[in-house]
Design a protein around this ligand. Sequence first.
Ligand code: NAD
Length: 256
Amino acid sequence: MDSLKDKVVVITGAAGGIGSEAAKLFSKSGSKLFLTDLDQGRLNSLIEECKKSGAKEVHGVRADSGVMSDLENISKKTIECYGKVDVLVNNVGFAKKVPYEEHTEADYNSTLDVNLKAAFFLTKWMIPELIKTRGTIVNLSSAAATNPEPRFMAYSVAKAGIDHFTRSLAREYAPQGIRVNAIGPGPVRTAFHPDHAALEKISAEQPLCGILEPAMIARWILFLSSQEAGPITGQVIVVDGGRTVTRIPVGYGPVK
Ligand SMILES: NC(=O)c1ccc[n+]([C@@H]2O[C@H](COP(=O)([O-])OP(=O)(O)OC[C@H]3O[C@@H](n4cnc5c(N)ncnc54)[C@H](O)[C@@H]3O)[C@@H](O)[C@H]2O)c1
């Protein structure tokens, strides 16, 4: 997409399935990237791949998105490298599958910290820079935010928070020209779903697309970041092959 050329794009959780596809697509669009992840090895490989895909410039830093000082460092380093930010993709996330009554306080805290608090505070530190560029923010939510799944309680609550964070930010910063949107994927073929046989089974139930691939989600990240999406803000785009509209639960079976 031409409008993404020379734009500075920050992606968290970049070394995972969806983040890495997005990073490669932004590279092909001529964007300049700042990538972060917990996994230094996969982050380094991705940086090399992005260079090969044509990225104008790529930098990255290992960061634990559950640690506030690491989040602040992402913001600081991005400005040190590029002097500006145009697009922030709050992509990092993980889920622990556990029945509600077995959630520990530690499960709750780590899930809310990485899926919600990280986006809340990284965005807070980047907002002054995004105001200068009239930038855009894309948050990764989940279809589970509105279509609750048994055994993913803390995760679903965090993603519901992301949906409302998206709307609230869009409302507050539209006067400064910042657009904020989210994508709510259904089950996508990434390491997020380690059981691929189960993923095939649940994907076969949805009416469209079969297994959702990370590139299908990445294309929406790029679209929402681009000028072409100019009139869109405060929206959560659910990309799930029709799963939620036809009310199919993800199908991990009964709670017990
Ligand atoms: N795959 C799906 O089915 C699916 C469905 C709905 C929503 N999502 C959301 O999409 C986003 C991307 O998911 P994905 O499928 O690419 O997952 P993934 O597991 O492939 O990638 C997640 C990445 O985040 C990194 N990460 C995890 N914890 C971290 C932390 N504390 N600090 C820094 N990095 C950390 C991991 O190292 C990994 O590279 C997440 O927000 C996820 O909740 C995924």
